[in-house]
Structures are given as C-alpha cells and as structure tokens.
Design a protein around this ligand. Sequence first.
Ligand code: SAM
Length: 293
Amino acid sequence: MTHRHPPTTIAGALAWARAVLNEVAGSEPLDAPLLLAHILGCERTALLAHPQRPLTPAQFTTFCALVERRASGVPLAYLTGERAFFDLTLIVTPDVLIPRPETEHLVERALAWARARARSPRIADVGTGSGVIAVTLARHLPGARVWALDVSRAALGVARRNAARYDLAERVHLVQADLLGPLLGARGAFDLIAANLPYVPTSALETLPVSRHEPRLALDGGPDGLAVIRRLLAQVPRILAADGLLLLEIEAEQGERAAALAATALPGARVTVHADYAGLDRVISAEWGACKG
Ligand SMILES: C[S@@+](CC[C@H](N)C(=O)[O-])C[C@H]1O[C@@H](n2cnc3c(N)ncnc32)[C@H](O)[C@@H]1O
C-alpha cells in the first residue's frame, strides 16, 4: 500500500483511508473515522467539525499503520482497544472475544428476570471473556453479586479492567476456572447462571474469518459445537437455586439440540429457545422452578 503524497489534513487522511478500505471485504464506512478519532483522542464527530485541521507526520504515520492492519483483516475493536456494548464501552484485546450485539439478547433476558424477583441475585457468568455479561449485569442490577469465571488468565485480566472501569470490582468476583469448578460446593447458591461459551464446531473454525484473529479458546466448541456446553450442563444442577434460571447463548442451528440437553440436565425446568432480531435461535433459557410440582 503506497501513499506517496501524504495527506496532511483530517479530510485528506480520511479520503485516502476510505479509498483503501473501500476495497476490503468486511470493512465498514465508519472504520476510517473511528481509527482517526482513536489516534487523535477525540470523538468521531469532532473530525467533521475540523476537516482542515493538519495532522502531524507522526499522527499520519500511525494512522497509515492502523489502516493497513485493518485492511489485512484485523478487527476494528482490536485496533482501537474498545467495543460498545449495551450502554457500556468495554476494553478489548486479542486475548478476548469481541463482544457481539447478539449477546445483548441474553443480557436483556437476564435483566428482565432478575428485576421481576424480590431478592438481589447471585449470578455466575461462565466463560466471561472481556467480562461483558458480568459487568453489564452488575452495573444494571445494583444489589447483584456476580462471579465471572474463565479458564483464560489473560481474559480475566481484561475482565478485571472492565469491572474497574465501571467501579464494580467489589461486586464482580473474578475466578480462573474450568467452567464452574471452584463454585461446585455452593449447593443451590446461584440464582442465575449465564454462559456464552465456545459453540463453533471445530470443523467450521477454519472457514470462519473470525478464527484468524479471535482466540480459538473462545470459539472452539468441539466436534458438534456443544462439547463445552454439555460439560457445563452436567455441573449446573449442583449450584443452581431451586427457582433459578440458566441462560445459554448458542449458534443458530443448535436451538433444538441445546434445548434437549438443557431439559435432560434440569428435569422439570421450563426450557425455551429464544430467537434474536434476525429470527435466528440465539438463547436457551431453563427456569428450574417454573414447572416443579
Ligand atoms: C465465546 S467467548 C465469550 C466471552 C464473553 N462471555 C462474551 O460474551 O463476549 C467464550 C469464553 O469462554 C472461555 N472458556 C472456554 N472454555 C472454557 C472453560 N472450559 N471454562 C471456562 N471458560 C472457558 C474462553 O476463554 C472465552 O473467554
């Protein structure tokens, strides 16, 4: 990629970057302004207000480097180090999955359920990654106590920074664990267990562009994509309260199979498959107390 006559203004730099990224599959029209705003430490709208502001050579060089990395397929969030989710802006690094808008469905269900109950919930977020589910729930449920678990130490480091960013370190407890491991002695103690665990079938990983950049540990769900979820389901009955709720994010094709697994693991639970705004199966809920006699 060459830029023999480096543009020296915001408008010139953006025009150059747009032309470069225009050719790149998966890039969005806002990528260029978001990268430039990140480098200049300003809001994207400020770029529009000062199009003729000159860039320093160092700023332009840094911008070119980021545009080139974006053009090579690196996700925008890994370049800016942040991702918006719900009403939060979360820190992300290549150690964590970039939070997806689809996960807001799980969070919305969790919030609605918790708000309809009399007591403040005790919540476990399994496979917390950036801490997106744990931190969003703790922020919106002021009485909740949340255990955020992940097998990845590096991911927990990011989740810690996100909890601190929203002043939630006291209510978000970070635990390095294989699934619910260290909590299994706490019989019936958790009102809500939420999990967005790896669910991509191993054979599909190679063809997925995300697997080039996002951690394999966050994506690989084993031969049928349900291996990690199956192991979690074997643990859940030990610590879920008698009137508790399990929420699992799933891939669109897994609705029926995941629902059957949840129904077997939690006998008597009301198991429901919920679709996202695109009409695709996205979340399984299992309300344990709902159908008990
Ligand atoms: C799909 S990512 C989801 C991250 C985050 N919850 C979100 O919604 O963006 C799955 C996460 O599960 C973690 N993980 C994978 N296997 C695990 C296991 N056996 N026990 C705990 N966490 C695990 C990964 O490290 C990763 O952070």
